[in-house]
Design a binder for this molecule. Structure first.
Ligand code: HEM
Length: 234
């Protein structure tokens, strides 16, 4: 059979779960978020002293801040495109299909039992189980909030060019948050939500990769997942 492999006497069929763009965007966003956490915390607490110089150079804080903005706008651009792929791309059909399982209490219960080591994995239609789907949805909302607050912080420093355009479009969000000080606080608090998400996400991916022979973490690199098809009689 095409694209089939044998492991531990069981035969598996490979199928494409994540498209090339989905995988590239995953890693761009992952590295951008890492960079944003480090540069963001440095902006909040600039603990390094650059070399004193009589020349107007060594703008350490400004360089780090610039990196924060490069990565921030990269995150915004990629996230918009990623949302577009999720909604419209034919190759993202498996992701969209996963939504329907969130409506099934049976799959929820079976999935939670799996994570508590007391049940067998339910048959999952699509790319994500219900817990994953809801987690990634919450992550998307957090990404939206951190991007909106980031844009408000940005236009309050750069008042011309892009800053003035963004101010026209996003002032409502600053007002809704109750002012700039709150916007900064929300941006900072949501950073912690990402910091909590990252180790839990990595732990779950490794746990799944070790427990089930269906491709695990590799799926976000190769795009392939493996489905068991039959027992091989030796
Ligand atoms: C996961 C994504 C992000 C993380 C973890 C993050 C983290 C942070 C943190 C911790 C701060 C310091 C806040 C403080 O002063 O306490 C900060 C400041 C800031 N961030 Fe972000 N950020 C992210 C995304 C963005 C985005 C998308 C933008 C928009 C382009 C952005 C623009 C800014 C700006 C303009 C500041 C203020 C810089 C200043 O005070 O001079 N950030 N960020």
């Amino acid at each position: 059979m095409k694209n089939s492999i044998t492991s531990n006497g069981k035969k598996f069929q490979a199928y494409k779960e994540f498209s090339g763009l989905t995988r590239i965007f995953h890693w761009i966003r992952a590295f951008a978020i890492f960079g944003l956490i480090f540069t963001g915390f440095y902006i909040a607490f600039p603990f390094l002293q650059s070399q004193p110089s009589p020349q107007p150079t060594n703008f350490l804080q400004a360089y780090i801040r610039s990196w924060h903005l490069f990565l921030g706008f990269a995150l915004i651009g990629v996230s918009i495109f990623r949302l577009y792929l999720f909604i419209f791309d034919r190759a993202s059909r498996l992701e969209r299909v996963s939504f329907y399982q969130c409506l099934s209490p049976k799959v929820w219960i079976e999935q939670i039992k799996v994570y508590l080591w007391v049940g067998k994995h339910p048959h999952i239609k699509g790319a994500y189980n219900p817990l994953q789907f809801v987690t990634y949805f919450i992550l998307a909302v957090l990404t939206l909030i951190i991007c909106l607050t980031g844009v408000v912080l940005y236009y309050n420093v750069y008042h011309n060019g892009l800053g003035s355009v963004l101010e026209d479009y996003f002032k409502w969000f600053e007002v809704m948050c109750g002012g700039l000080a709150n916007v900064r606080l929300i941006h900072h608090i949501v950073t912690w939500a990402f910091i909590i998400f990252i180790p839990v996400h990595i732990y779950m991916v490794i746990w799944n990769s070790l427990k089930y022979p269906n491709g695990g973490a590799d799926a976000m690199i190769s795009g392939l997942r493996y489905k068991k098809i039959e027992k091989v009689n030796n």
